[in-house]
Write a protein that binds this ligand. Structure first.
Ligand SMILES: O=C(O)c1cc(=O)[nH]c(=O)n1[C@@H]1O[C@H](COP(=O)(O)O)[C@@H](O)[C@H]1O
Length: 239
């Protein structure tokens, strides 16, 4: 998979202006998150699909009781996106219900079902926060590995985690299980609110299935050049 660009923009105009810089021949993989989806609603998915060749990762991180999540997932399954997210912390019943909803919604709309990824521990979480705020006493890598195993047993197609945890996740999951890794920072890039960061080349070497990159591309002076540089580092596994 090519690097996934996080379209964390405030509205449709900003998003389509950003995308218009990229050559149409380039098939992009982009992520629509809460900010853009809440601003524009489901129509933003079609607008982006009509604007250029693209695959869409719709990242709304569902986390609620199983019945509510199943019904929300049914709505998302109808949209024709490639991937979507739930929180593994919602538990096994919730993830199984989410997958059921996605499959049924996609079937009703005649689309292939989106891959369901489970969030393990956010890349903005560090050990101090895990221990002091969430009261989880085990090492963060062990917490992530545990949630990945639960996610696989709950019909998830993969997880979202820091690339630092990919080898541990791979040790307890099947070979085609997806490990999608945000918190990616090329050397020298501002880390911002991320805690567990990795360069694109190292993420590849650690075994990530795909990387998610936002601000290092979207806030760059030349986003197309920044994207090409991330893509090259990812493809060659060099930094
Ligand atoms: O689900 C995600 O994509 C996600 C999970 C996670 O643990 N950490 C994380 O940063 N993300 C998302 O990945 C993107 C990272 O953006 P940048 O930090 O700007 O590269 C944002 O859209 C986050 O919402």
């Amino acid at each position: 998979m090519t690097p996934i660009i996080a379209l964390d923009f405030k509205d449709k105009t900003t998003t389509l202006d950003f995308l218009s810089q990229f050559p149409k021949e380039e098939h992009l993989f982009v992520k629509v998150g809460m900010e853009l989806f809440y601003a524009e609603g489901p129509a933003i998915i079609t607008e982006i699909q009509q604007a250029r060749p693209v695959s869409i990762f719709l990242d709304l991180k569902l986390h609620d009781i199983p019945n509510t999540v199943e019904k929300a997932a049914w709505q998302l399954g109808k949209l024709g996106v490639a991937m979507t997210t739930v929180h593994a912390a919602g538990g096994k019943d919730m993830m199984i219900a989410a997958k059921r909803g996605l499959l049924a919604g996609a079937k009703a709309a005649g689309h292939p079902a989106p891959k369901m990824l489970a969030i393990t521990q956010l890349t903005s979480t560090d050990q101090t926060m895990l221990t002091n705020q969430l009261s989880i006493e085990i090492p963060i890598s062990q917490a992530v590995q545990h949630l990945a195993a639960i996610a696989q047993a709950s019909n998830a197609d993969g997880v979202v985690a820091s690339a630092l945890e990919t080898p541990l996740i791979r040790s307890v999951t099947r070979p085609d299980f997806l490990v999608v890794t945000p918190g990616i920072r090329p050397y020298g890039a501002a880390v911002g609110d991320q805690k567990r960061v990795v360069t694109p080349g190292r993420a590849k070497r650690l075994g990530s299935s795909a990387i998610v990159v936002g601000r290092p591309i979207t806030q760059a002076d030349d986003p197309v050049a920044a994207y090409q540089s991330v893509k090259e580092a990812w493809e060659t596994a060099h930094d």
